[in-house]
Ligand binder design. Structure first.
Ligand SMILES: C[S@@+](CC[C@H](N)C(=O)[O-])C[C@H]1O[C@@H](n2cnc3c(N)ncnc32)[C@H](O)[C@@H]1O
Length: 376
């Protein structure tokens, strides 16, 4: 057993923690930018396969004293690298440094790379080494260093289905974490009136069907020498059987190109949310049974539709939603509470994170039932 770190954009750690705790059925510890959980390489592969919210999965290899470069080098030389690296395999080291006096990051990186290389030089090669590069992460904090291996791979948020994009798409794992943070659960009706390339509806539809987000990827941890043989094939086979019968998921957008992209993505994902071209200020052609969750990631004015006035758009969208979805919850990803306040009542900021370099929040509130005032 070691520590497995699961990462996400800072600000969404609690949503991730809820998911990882329920997947792993054991306590997790929330840390900055993610959660830590006791586990092994198989647990790490399982989280890379099943987590919707994870943006990164690392397995801790060692924790070492690092008061000086020489002390760090000696510690790195003591690690049994043959468990993690095949002889002859290429290794890439990435260092982050917090309040440490070890000198320049590139110097530390070279030192660690050389120490691993020295240690592996004597290891006997058996056949050709795998072609993938082993990614080692070194985090130096004060006088200690943590060495980890990237278990899930660098693009864990990608599922493979989002090949068509519209304007300013949200990362799949951030969309998943917003769904969790908004209190959505599989089976709850969902509507995104500004769905763009369909990220929220497709992610939710896949979750409804209990599809593993990682079935199209092979996590690098499954290729390390210490990973038990045949286990990944069994995990994949299990992930590909079973599944549930989904719930109602609907997406709409005023842009035909976005709807075309969402349809193509949904087809690739093997799900069939209802997708309709319409303005968010107009009603859906077919009513949806609720209550459920309306979630949307409207234009911010920075990346999408610079020339439109945002407050009237949010206000009119809120009016249309209240007419057609009374009693539903509403969640909005946008930079300002004043904009989100136009959509529903009691809009609370439940998370703040960076979406494509823009600081945004997730606001969650209610769409009042007919006759109830919109306030608060
Ligand atoms: C930030 S993007 C949403 C991205 C989406 N979450 C994704 O991951 O692809 C905002 C979307 O709102 C849509 N939009 C803007 N004004 C709209 C309106 N009045 N009615 C419906 N959609 C609108 C745009 O076409 C764009 O696709």
């Amino acid at each position: 057993m070691t520590t497995v770190f699961v990462g996400i954009a800072p600000g969404l750690e609690h949503a991730l923690a809820e998911e990882i705790q329920s997947l792993a059925q054991r306590p997790v510890q929330v840390v900055e930018g993610g959660v830590e959980i006791e586990g092994d390489v198989v647990d790490a592969a399982g989280l890379a396969l099943w987590s919707h919210c994870a943006g990164q999965v690392l397995v801790r290899i060692a924790e070492l004293p690092a008061a000086s470069l020489e002390q760090l080098r000696q510690g790195v030389m003591k690690v049994d690298w043959s468990q993690w690296i095949h002889p002859g395999q290429t290794v890439e080291v990435r260092v982050t440094k917090i309040e440490a006096r070890l000198g320049r990051t590139d110097v530390i990186t070279k030192k660690v790379e050389r120490a691993i290389g020295d240690k592996m030089r004597s290891a006997r090669r058996r056949g050709r080494p795998p072609r993938d590069v082993v990614q080692i992460r070194v985090r130096v904090r004060g006088k200690r260093a943590t060495l980890s291996i990237d278990a899930g791979g660098p693009s864990l948020h990608k599922r493979g289905w989002r090949q068509a994009t519209a304007k300013a798409p949200i990362r799949e794992n951030l969309a998943a974490a917003c769904l969790m943070a908004a209190g959505w659960q599989p089976g709850v009706p969902l509507f995104d009136p500004m769905c763009g390339a369909g990220t929220f509806p497709i992610e939710a539809a896949c979750w409804n069907d209990d599809r593993a987000p990682g079935v199209e990827r092979i996590p690098p941890i499954t290729r390390v020498p210490c990973f038990p043989a045949k286990t990944w094939q069994q995990m994949l086979a299990e992930a590909r059987t079973g599944g549930r019968d989904g719930g109602v998921v609907v997406g709409s957008d005023r842009n035909q190109g976005a709807i075309d992209a969402a349809r193509a993505n949904a087809k690739r994902a093997g799900v069939a949310p209802t997708l309709e071209r319409k303005s968010a200020t107009a009603p859906l052609s077919t009513p949806v049974q609720g209550p459920g969750l309306v979630i949307l990631n409207p234009p911010y004015g920075k990346r999408v539709a610079e020339n439109i006035e945002l407050a009237p758009l949010y206000r009119k969208t809120g009016q249309a939603l209240r007419l057609q979805f009374p009693g539903w919850r509403v969640a909005c990803v946008c930079p300002e509470a004043s904009l989100a306040g136009h959509l529903g009542r009691k809009m609370e900021q439940v998370a703040r994170f960076s979406n494509g370099g823009i600081s945004v929040s997730l606001f969650v509130g209610e769409l009042p039932a007919a006759g109830q005032a919109r306030s608060g």
